[in-house]
Write a protein that binds this ligand. Sequence first.
Ligand SMILES: Nc1ncnc2c1ncn2[C@@H]1O[C@H](COP(=O)(O)OP(=O)(O)OP(=O)(O)O)[C@@H](O)[C@H]1O
Length: 236
Amino acid sequence: MPVQPRRAALTDSATETVRLSGVSFGYADGPDVLRDVNLILPAGSFHFLTGPSGAGKSTLLKLLTLARRPTAGALALFGEAAGEAPRAALPVFRRRMGVVFQDFRLLDHLSAFDNVALPLRLAGVRRESWAEDVEEMLDWVGLGERMNDRPPTLSGGEKQRLAIARAVVTRPELILADEPTGSVDAAMGERLLKLFQSLNRLGTTVLIASHDEALAAASGATALRLEGGRLLGGGT
Ligand SMILES: Nc1ncnc2c1ncn2[C@@H]1O[C@H](COP(=O)(O)OP(=O)(O)OP(=O)(O)O)[C@@H](O)[C@H]1O
């Protein structure tokens, strides 16, 4: 397992990584797709977010990545108000999270290695201190032999694994993953779950949105369920 703690993931000021209080959200002039959601993710917790297609799982993750803002209610991240934070403050929150997007969002002109290295480069970390980590992370997701290849030459499942390696390589305090095993087979899904579990054991808060009820059950994580924009079970 290549993941070692880079720094303590928990701070005294943030025993709750996520707190949503009465959060609702609707796109443009449409109806609310999230309704009065109350949710606390304690620091170091591991949750699966399940629910039928269209229930609002991706939308909830978009609020947590600050890509969208609640239309009602309050959102706090790492113990700080985030829902109405000025645009200039958003990178500070985002640097503390690793996000696996449903559509991967890889950079096609960069190699697999450089895609994974990008968040470390952007954080200004010297290459000597991370080059080996990047290789180990690529090995862990089964892409050690593909590190010089670019995303357009990878299969859907390989792209997904690359997106996961990029999201976790900085050992963020919070991992948000949208269907991170949707394009891989069951054995790889279990391997990726182990990676998230290992990071969680080191203190990282993990939230995985997934249709895969079997994987959610096998994970031993707390299950949250969204239906029609309402959170059932596990919320507060
Ligand atoms: N950009 C958008 N503009 C308008 N409506 C949207 C937009 N994105 C999602 N929706 C709507 O919001 C609702 C929730 O969608 P969301 O993608 O959050 O569901 P989901 O639970 O993630 O679904 P899936 O499991 O299929 O990915 C759906 O009714 C969807 O049509």
